[in-house]
Design a protein. Structure first.
Length: 390
């Protein structure tokens, strides 16, 4: 089996598994006051310190969540509610047009149910967020902006975003800035410094599914989404999953400590893959920024093909990849990311993301290109016969 879908989820690192097993062998709820509870609490707080040190924030700025989706929802809804409290006209929510659905759908929900005025910041044809467009949008009426959310790097086409410039524009106007860094941590240098909130997820960087964090300064007001025991600064109630937290923290720390070698090896494999795919299928079009992209990401459009057909034919040949984000795969719609970049609907539908990770070898790329020309030919024939039949 050739796994080229590490951006959907990647394997757990051995240090993270070891940390999880150690914690799993211990009894104790970190909220309990007795010795076992205090031992569990120590694991949580040491983990919090590891995450904070790796991502340049204070331990008190790490709020553990049940993953990236929850952290994005907490940032969007929690900050919006806080900012709007007492200021009903401060209801503009500005998000880039290429956000993950965890941000997009949360923003759309706010528009439908909480009177938010949602505005999209455009991107260029490489998928790079337009800083000047954000400036113009904010400056139309800075007082009415509740928050801005722009991702650190795009999960589909891999384009790295001008986060420092976007942050500077928001800071100029005192507007809270959230960034979804789920795909970036462990691949690019990420620091929470200066941002109001940053989303991190465990299973993209060698940790487990179902755990993540929102990095948010204490000065950032966040109205909780769920209520209960008052854990995590009363912002995110729920018994803390100690083994997952230990695993997550070890994975974050390890992926950041080894980022140079990780990124270099991902980049080497990714570049080999791009060259090999172009050699095997000269009509393939590389999407996203050719230089400023995630080290592990290669994203192509194959003219005349349906992405789902390509994916299934590759899968039948033991090659696993994605039509884009795993979270939207299975929904037969062209990617909103590619459409925002100006790619035609037809081309957008014929796209595949290959993402490398720990363990990807040249043999995986050889296996891909051994079958790709035939797969593309068959998908194209199927695609064409389907459109002729319509
Ligand atoms: N944000 C981005 C950019 C992602 O790629 C993903 C997952 O694909 C998420 C958020 C959701 O994270 P999680 O799977 O931890 O809920």
């Amino acid at each position: 089996m050739t796994y080229l879908d590490h951006a959907a989820t990647t394997s757990m690192s051995p240090v993270a598994i070891a940390a999880m097993l150690d914690a799993a062998n211990e009894l104790g709820n970190p909220s309990s006051l007795h010795a076992s509870g205090r031992r569990a609490r120590r694991v949580v707080e040491e983990s919090r310190e590891l995450v904070a040190a790796a991502l340049g924030v204070r331990p008190s700025e790490v709020i553990f969540t049940g993953g990236g989706t929850e952290a994005d929802n907490l940032a969007l809804k929690g900050v919006y509610w806080h900012r709007r409290n007492g200021f009903p006209d401060r209801n503009r929510v500005l998000v880039s047009a290429i956000e993950h659905h965890a941000v997009l759908d949360a923003a759309e929900w706010l528009a439908e149910h909480e009177a938010a005025r949602l505005e999209f910041v455009p991107v260029d044809q490489l998928g790079r967020i337009d800083v000047e467009a954000l400036r113009t949008t904010i400056e139309a009426d800075p007082e009415s902006v509740a928050l801005v959310s722009c991702m650190w790097a795009n999960n589909e086409v891999g384009t790295v975003q001008p986060v420092a410039e976007l942050l500077a524009v928001c800071a100029e106007h005192g507007v809270p800035f959230h960034s979804d860094a789920v795909q970036a941590v462990g691949q690019l240098p990420v620091s929470g410094v200066g941002l109001s909130a940053v989303t991190v997820s465990g299973h993209k960087l060698g940790g487990p599914m179902g755990i993540g964090a929102l990095l948010a300064g204490r000065e950032v007001g966040i109205v909780p989404l769920q209520h209960g025991g008052g854990q995590e600064r009363k912002v995110r109630s729920g018994t803390l999953p100690v083994p997952l937290i230990a695993n997550f923290a070890a994975a974050v720390s390890d992926s950041v400590a080894t980022i140079d070698e990780r990124a270099a090896s991902f980049r080497t494999m990714r570049d080999e893959l791009i060259t090999a795919v172009r050699g095997a299928v000269p009509s393939a079009i590389l999407n996203g920024d050719p230089v400023d992209r995630l080290p592990n990401n290669a994203h192509f459009s194959f003219p005349g093909c349906e992405g789902d057909a390509l994916l299934l034919l590759l899968d039948a040949n033991g090659i696993e990849c994605s039509t884009g984000s795993a979270c939207t795969a299975g929904v037969p719609q062209p990617s909103h990311v590619l459409l925002a970049m100006g790619v035609s609907e037809e081309l957008a539908r014929g796209s595949l993301r290959f993402s490398v990770g720990v363990g990807t070898a040249m043999s995986d790329i050889d296996a891909l290109v051994a079958v790709l020309p035939d797969v593309v030919e068959r998908a194209r024939a199927a695609g064409l016969s389907r459109s002729v039949g319509r």
